[in-house]
Ligand binder design. Structure first.
Ligand code: SF4
Length: 349
């Protein structure tokens, strides 16, 4: 249920974000991204439209932290990479490898002069992300789910990696979310999956803006409560620099993946794999199981997996594959539609 609900939230956010008021920025939606410590269900990027178009010049694939270090500091004129890039806290040879990787992907220019690797930028890396919003999807708020949710929200608010944190829940669960003891900084969004329009979600509680540019607190451990638990809270600080870097890395991965990439980890080559529309969003459906399957069910060890019959693939096989491959291509095209055309990729700025 949570997987389908999450897809519905992503679809709604892509079309109608923000929940109150007019959209005045470009919106990009992704799911299941985060850090080593925390995965975010739905990530909404509010982007500067011009910046987003400039970001498109760097291609559809994400830039990892090493590549970001190169493209963000690459100079306008040729320079030795050690002069141009900030001193790393790891050996320089890894930076040199990142410069080569960036050049191989056409992100910067690279040459060797007098045995030294030089680089210069092709375009400045733009400031394209205005805000990052994290949405935790909880269609069903049982007592234990609510307890877990409160802990997650407390962690998210203390760290302040996203500008806003929301809980999306069913319309019949929203009051429970409101009456719980979650942090007041988290917003609550009531989502009606029997509707597809802008009114399918409405704000029950407005979030507060989190201090993303300040140092945050990472909660590592906390007492469970009760008379026998004498353990102490454990936490560590996350520097403002770390948060800034992490936010950009999350935005980069969101840019590549969007929210439809789930199909890449499912068995779309199974003869039972289908996409079926629901009111809110088209979702994978498995006739063998008789329900909308999750990504976990539809995996390599599914006992009901059966390969597509070769006859299904004769149209264009093996280049284009069978119906499952067609679903993947369709979702990929839909994902690509939300990335703008870059302004003159061939020109240098
Ligand atoms: S049978 Fe298993 S692998 Fe095939 S579509 Fe259904 S869940 Fe996926």
């Amino acid at each position: 249920m949570e997987f389908g609900f999450e897809l519905a939230v992503c679809q709604w956010a892509e079309r109608h974000w923000p929940p109150d008021g007019e959209r005045d920025s470009a919106v990009f939606v992704a799911r299941q991204l985060g850090t080593k410590h925390r995965r975010l269900d739905t990530v909404v990027l509010e982007c500067d439209p011009e910046g987003l178009a400039r970001r498109a010049r760097f291609g559809d694939r994400h830039l990892d932290s090493d590549l970001l270090g190169v493209v963000r500091h690459a100079p306008a004129e040729w320079a030795w990479y050690r002069d141009a890039l900030p001193e790393p806290d790891y050996p320089w040879r890894y930076v040199r490898e990142a410069v080569t990787r960036a050049a191989d992907r056409g992100l910067v220019e690279r040459r060797t002069r007098g045995g030294r690797v030089q680089l210069r930028r092709r375009w400045p890396y733009p400031d394209w992300v205005e805000r990052i919003v994290a949405v935790e999807n909880k269609p069903d708020l049982s007592a234990s789910a609510a307890r877990d949710l409160v802990r997650q929200l407390q962690q998210d608010v203390a760290l302040g990696l996203a500008d806003e944190v929301w809980v999306a829940t069913g319309t019949d669960q929203a009051t429970a979310a409101l009456l719980g003891d979650g942090p007041v900084e988290a917003g609550i969004l009531a989502v009606d999956t029997t509707d597809r329009g802008a009114g399918a979600a409405h704000t029950v509680w407005r979030p507060r803006r989190l201090a993303v540019e300040e140092r945050g607190t990472r909660i590592l451990d906390r007492p469970e409560g009760g008379g026998h638990d004498a353990s102490a809270w454990r936490f560590e600080y996350a520097s403002a620099d770390w948060k800034k870097r992490k936010r950009l890395e999350i935005a980069e991965r969101a840019y590549e993946r969007g929210w439809r990439a789930y199909v890449e980890s499912m068995r779309s080559d199974c003869r039972h794999f289908e996409m079926r529309p629901t009111t809110a969003v088209a979702q994978p459906f498995c006739p063998a199981k008789g329900h909308h399957q999750t990504t976990r069910e539809c995996s390599g060890d599914c006992p009901s997996f059966e390969p597509e019959p070769p006859a299904w693939r004769q149209q264009g096989w093996p280049v284009e594959g069978g119906p499952g491959q067609a679903v993947e291509r369709l979702l990929d095209r839909q994902r690509a539609r939300h990335r703008p055309e870059p302004p003159g990729r061939e020109e240098r700025d």
